[in-house]
Write a protein that binds this ligand. Structure first.
Ligand code: ADP
Ligand code: ZN
Ligand code: ZN
Length: 731
């Protein structure tokens, strides 16, 4: 008897499809699969389509298994995802219960996901040749490009950003010998500037970070705004660079300002790579590749920078670790901070979490001794802590939501040559349009149910209505659709209305409104703030103003309309509100001038405000932690939220009921299915099932047991469903 023939070797490929399984293919002609293929991209047939996937395993084909298709092309000679990063992404797929192929696709920059070659990591640009000096141009694109280049070389990214079809023009110039392509260093680097001498608390913090070098540790740098946390990061990075290692700094979307980058660049004296949503696909792919090749030494990036390869990692810093923007709320629902903690452990490097208002999770971990707790209690340098005063506005007349005291305080600040910031976390003109005759209010037809109306926000001084949940827009009616009356009135105030009032009150003073309505793009925000300057002026805005661009002449922070947040049903609302208040207040008085914070409320005796003002954030946090413990909410209990949306509510409910039946066989607590707090959005009915357990392990055991059958179930195709492990809010 002859032994059975060895099974042919195959590639296991993770594909970006919503199925949590691997797909096996025969390799391309003449290629013998080897472990070295793992992490390379391949192009494979999939149904009638072709997809790009990543090889995640090699091995013998299943005996008697189906006839396998062959892969069409191997796209990489060496892996793009390997070692620690690939293993960490496998962990992330297990933890979020997302298909591995979708996780890997999310980690790759768009161009690589689409199968393009790894880019050249040198930067290229164009400049004019000497011949151009005497050349004559006819009006047209080449002439425009020549004008653009007249002052010196311009990078291709810059040209991509602001000139259409410049490549054709560049070719035309090049063919006449008038322009040439050159490698440019876009990031001028000079000598590192020295920083201030660290104070005692900073020195102790830095010593703890340096002590942790060469192994995994989590350090919580808990320091008030302006206490010099960034100085500690910078010095720790200097040490990391001296050892030839890479440092990754994660910052919130709104915190990655040109000011921040300039500070890092001037202090470190090496190229600092930025990764944020404003980059072109080409730029992102280049930064990613520079990291993969170990060329990028310092990277400052927002959430998705958590996916950068770090073959020479030495330090991970997460600034404002409590920030909500680190959690992705759709698609792959991951938390960048939590993922980087897992990566830090796998990489064997310290992870430094910084915040003036640490998350309750991190404070609890510090309390348990899992994190080293480092405190910076005082502002560094000359800055004074702001004075905080509560204004009780009960029974007081309000104009656009502002009390007379508030307007007076703004006037005083302006007269003294300072700037004032008015914080209102609601954009638009007014949150509700009401008929004073019959009580009708304008609701969004796509987001309201018979019993629960979702008001449309009034914009453009009352002329337009907009739904902030689904984006629906329409003109405001002239007469009430119900009673025909003409008494339609905007109720309450948003940033637009406050801007209108203040412009009228202070006609000679610039009033600048900052919210998502005025600044769709980050650079627009920067430009606006850049033009604002140091002269007396008023900023009105939403939480976009809570951090970012530093305003040294800001003397008064006026906080209005936080009362809604005091009574929100979401279990994280108090934490978010406390953090927001402290962050906004921290903007006042960052320079010599002592700052003042005025807090206007109808509930001056509310325990949250009271605790926060008397005892500060940490007093608030310990009370809040006790309440979380009593309610078995995170960090004392662990949650996952299964959401389902369908046009008919029965369909969503049936899907979740079936899921619930299966979870009942496991050891978790179940709540629901219930309508979501926002029960309808953009025409879809929304239901949710909350799954909880005091033990993380039993929660994940239950998810492991049930999720496969949810993916397989025919009902799953009739609804839009998602699983959110560790949801940050229950909406
Ligand atoms: P944070 O990151 O905690 O908000 P920063 O590091 O930005 O604080 O420091 C706030 C300000 O204080 C900055 O202008 C910084 O240059 C300055 N600063 C920080 N540490 C010192 C120090 N030890 N001596 C003098 N000035 C300092
Ligand atoms: Zn009416
Ligand atoms: Zn809507």
């Amino acid at each position: 008897m002859s032994p059975p023939l060895p099974a042919p070797d195959i590639w296991s490929v993770a594909l970006p499809v919503p199925l949590p399984r691997r797909f096996d293919y025969r390799p391309i002609e003449g290629h013998i699969p080897a472990a070295a293929d793992i992490g390379c991209r391949v192009r494979v047939p999939f149904g009638a389509r072709e997809l790009i996937g990543v090889i995640t395993g090699v091995g013998p084909a299943e005996e008697g298994g189906p006839e396998l298709k062959s892969a069409r092309a191997l796209l990489d000679a060496t892996p793009v995802l390997e070692g620690e990063l690939l293993e960490s992404l496998r962990w992330l797929a297990r933890y979020t219960h997302a298909p591995l192929g979708e996780v890997l696709a999310a980690a790759l920059p768009t161009l690589l996901r689409h199968g393009e070659e790894l880019p050249d990591t040198r930067s290229w640009g164009w400049r004019l040749t000497e011949a151009a000096a005497t050349a004559r141009f006819r009006p047209g694109r080449p002439q425009q490009l020549a004008e653009r280049l007249a002052a010196g070389a311009v990078s291709e990214d810059a040209l991509d950003a602001d000139m259409q079809d410049w490549r054709t023009a560049a070719r035309a110039l090049a063919s006449r010998g008038l322009a040439e392509r050159v490698a440019v260093t876009t990031l001028a680097t000079g000598a590192a500037e020295p920083g201030p001498e660290l104070n005692e608390e900073q020195r102790a913090a830095l010593a703890a970070v340096l002590e942790a070098r060469g192994g995994f540790a989590t350090l919580l740098l808990d320091g008030v705004t302006g206490s010099g946390k960034t100085e500690v990061y910078l010095q720790a990075i200097v040490d990391c660079l001296a050892r030839g290692q890479q440092a990754l700094v994660l910052v919130p979307e709104i915190g990655l300002t040109p000011q921040t980058l300039a500070r890092f660049r001037s202090r470190l004296g090496v190229p600092v790579h930025a990764l944020h949503s404003g980059l072109s696909d080409g730029e992102r792919a280049r930064t990613w590749t520079a990291c993969l090749r170990g060329e990028a030494q310092v990277i400052v990036g927002t959430r998705s920078a958590a996916f950068l390869p770090l073959p020479r990692a030495g330090l991970i810093v997460i600034d404002e670790e409590h920030d909500g923007s680190y959690k992705q709320l759709d698609g792959l629902r991951y938390h960048a901070r939590d993922f980087l903690l897992v990566r830090g452990k796998a990489l064997g490097v310290p992870v430094l979490l910084g915040s003036a208002t640490p998350s309750l999770e991190s404070l609890r971990n510090a309390e348990l001794g899992r994190y080293t707790h480092l405190r910076l209690r005082h502002r560094a340098g000359v800055a004074q802590p702001p004075r905080v005063r509560v204004i009780d506005v009960r029974k007081r007349p309000l104009q656009a939501g502002l009390s007379p005291e508030m307007v007076d305080a703004i006037a005083t600040t302006l007269t003294a040559g300072g700037q004032a910031l008015v914080f209102k976390n609601r954009r638009g003109y007014a949150p509700v349009l009401l008929c004073h005759d019959c009580g009708w209010t304008a609701h969004c037809a796509r987001c309201s149910t018979e019993t629960q109306g979702t008001p449309m926000t009034v914009h453009a001084q009352g002329r337009r209505l907009q739904c902030h949940h689904c984006g629906a827009r329409r003109g405001a009616p002239n007469a009430c659709p119900d009673c025909g009356g003409l008494a339609l009135q905007p109720q309450g105030a948003g940033t637009e209305r406050i801007e209108e009032l203040l412009s009228a009150q202070f006609p000679t003073i610039p009033v600048l409104r900052i919210d998502r309505g005025t600044t769709q793009r980050r650079d627009a925000l920067e430009q606006l703030l850049g033009t604002f300057g140091d002269a007396p002026g008023i900023l009105v805005g939403t939480q976009m103003l809570a951090k970012g661009h530093d305003l040294p002449n800001l003397a008064l922070v006026a906080v209005v309309g936080i009362d809604e947040g005091l009574f929100s049903a979401d279990f994280r609302a108090p934490e978010k509100l406390a953090q927001l208040l402290i962050q906004v207040a921290g903007r006042a008085g960052r320079a010599q001038r002592a700052g003042e914070v005025l807090l206007q409320t109808h509930h001056p005796g509310h325990p949250l405000l009271h605790t926060l003002l008397e005892g500060g954030y940490h007093a608030f946090a310990s009370i809040e932690l006790a309440q979380r413990e009593a309610a078995a909410f995170p960090p004392f209990g662990h949650l996952a939220l299964l959401r389902a949306e369908a046009q008919r509510i029965e369909v969503a409910e049936h899907f979740l009921r079936t899921a619930r039946e299966q979870f009942e066989l496991t050891e978790v607590q179940l709540h629901g299915p219930l309508p979501a707090p926002m029960p309808r959005r953009a025409g879809y009915q929304r239901m949710q099932l909350l799954i909880s357990s005091p033990e993380r392990r039993s929660l994940h055991a239950a998810l492991d047991a049930v999720l496969p059958s949810i993916y397989e179930s025919p009902d799953a195709r009739k609804v839009r469903w998602s699983l959110d492990v560790d949801p940050v809010d229950l909406y």
